[in-house]
Design a protein around this ligand. Sequence first.
Ligand code: SAH
Length: 239
Amino acid sequence: MSTSTQADNVDAHERDQFAAMASTWWDREGPMRPLHDLNPARLSYIMRAVNLNGSAVLDVGCGGGILAESLARQRAQVTAIDIADEVLDVARLHGMESGIEVDYRHSTVEDFAVVAPAAMDVVSCMEMLEHVPDPAAVVSACAAIARPGAELFFSTLNRHPLAFALGIVAAEYVLGLLPRGTHHYQRFIRPAELAAWCRQAGLQVMDISALHYNPLTRRASVGGRPLINYLLHARKPDH
Ligand code: SAH
């Protein structure tokens, strides 16, 4: 059963599930293996659209910091937020080992929007929207944090039968790539829904692309129809 406190848009069951996986976050052969495999493709998607060097970036739902560290390696000034203390501890420890500086903070994106409105050049929110009770509110908070002219990047899973077959049945039950119960089909988001939430938040949708993942070769690539995993790039108009 999922429990959620609508007030802070956090599903406590989801948070606890990620917290339980914190210690294996950086194990490339562990339960977070797909995130490690997807990371180069999503990083290059971001880098095609923005120059990260010196940019102020917020990574929302950062987990153990896989994307956040890779953004900081490109010389971005990265702040990264999550609501699970355990994963933030792992992220901070890993940062000390790797010498990559990221400012990790315990916060919901809605709270962060109150303290840092229009503060960031880039906002990324990857593989997180499908874990929250009200994803549209997350998109709107991301938009509030972005400065005019900023670029935003989201990734999630499409509520399409193929995503059920491959993203849940194959990944969790057949191949055992992800722990069972990681994803819930009804929380997956159609690209048109995510695009509509972006527009409602005053953002311009620049691109929607599939994020293909082949678990056998462990290669990820961007492009094509967004049937399963996909990326969305949006821009906050500067007027
Ligand atoms: N974005 C990272 C981690 C994805 S896993 C990556 O792609 O590499 C999803 C993360 O979202 C988990 O760390 C979980 O704790 C976090 N999360 C879940 N609900 C959240 C919420 N309401 N606010 C912020 N983070 C949340």
